[in-house]
Ligand binder design. Structure first.
Ligand code: ADP
Length: 249
């Protein structure tokens, strides 16, 4: 078997905010096809790192490579074209629209940006199939034509994932996929992310160590912007420095 490619690699990635170093010389390596968790106490730099990876912020120094291509300093739309997509923690859905309408609008937006291929009426049938496929992938087929406002919180989060998947990402960045969820939704989301991760690379932030242990092939622990530890979950969890960092929060 050949060595898997690097889906994501950062070298010395650093972000300063007027003299304050929020991300400090981070070297990250995520192999293609794996699930990688990013954890750390509040203020550790996780959100800033995500913003650097998606081009919402420009690094002060260091490089970012996606599937071998240098995307350092690129605008978010250009990074999207390299197969990177991100989910947000905030709910950005319209209560009166159905899940199907949300996905259709997302696909139309991508077509307008030249990111997807539906430009003619002829292809609308294919687009309808694509909408069905995306809704099925996140388990929302039954709810496809009911107002989103009637759905439970976990179902709304699943719809947000469908909207991210519409981009056809190869590298998926998930910001706290289980935030604010009860145990049942957490377990459902673990299953969902596992399914989504098949054939893709996933980097996610989550505070729930159960979720991290269930999903992550490898874990990077950030503290004060720098990498404190990196490795398989069991190894990282047993690391004395990691335990201290969390207890010291
Ligand atoms: P996390 O997501 O791990 O909680 P953040 O990336 O949000 O951490 O924040 C890391 C540090 O950077 C925090 O101390 C935060 O106050 C600081 N920070 C984040 N964004 C900015 C900004 N735009 N300007 C100044 N400081 C910021």
């Amino acid at each position: 078997t050949s060595t898997p490619r690097c889906a994501l690699r950062t070298e010395g990635l650093t972000k300063d905010f007027r003299g304050f170093r929020a991300v400090s010389s981070v070297d990250l390596e995520v192999a293609e096809g794996t699930v990688h968790a990013l954890v750390g106490p509040n203020g550790a730099g996780k959100t800033t790192l995500f913003n650097l990876l998606t081009g919402f912020l420009r690094p002060s120094s260091g490089r970012i490579r996606v599937f071998g291509d240098d995307v350092t300093g690129m605008a978010p739309e250009r990074i999207t074209r390299h197969g990177v997509a991100r989910s947000f923690q905030i709910t950005s859905l319209f209560e009166n629209l159905t899940p199907r309408e949300h996905v259709e609008i997302a696909l139309q937006g991508l077509t307008n940006q030249g990111l997807r291929f539906w430009r003619s009426e002829k292809l609308l049938g294919r687009r309808r199939e694509e909408v069905d496929r995306l809704l099925a992938e996140v388990g929302l087929t039954e709810l496809a034509d009911r107002p989103t406002g009637l759905m439970a919180y976990g179902q709304k989060r699943a719809l947000e994932l469908a909207l991210v998947l519409a981009v056809e990402p190869k590298l998926l960045l998930l910001d706290e996929p289980t935030a604010g969820m009860g145990i049942e939704d957490v377990d459902r989301t673990i299953e969902l992310v596992r399914r989504i991760a098949a054939g893709r690379t996933v980097v996610f932030v989550d505070h729930n160590m159960h979720v991290v242990g269930q999903l992550a092939d490898r874990v990077t622990v950030l503290q004060q912007g720098a990498v404190l530890a990196e490795g398989p979950y069991d190894e990282v969890r047993a690391d004395a420095r990691v335990i201290t960092a969390y207890l010291g929060e």
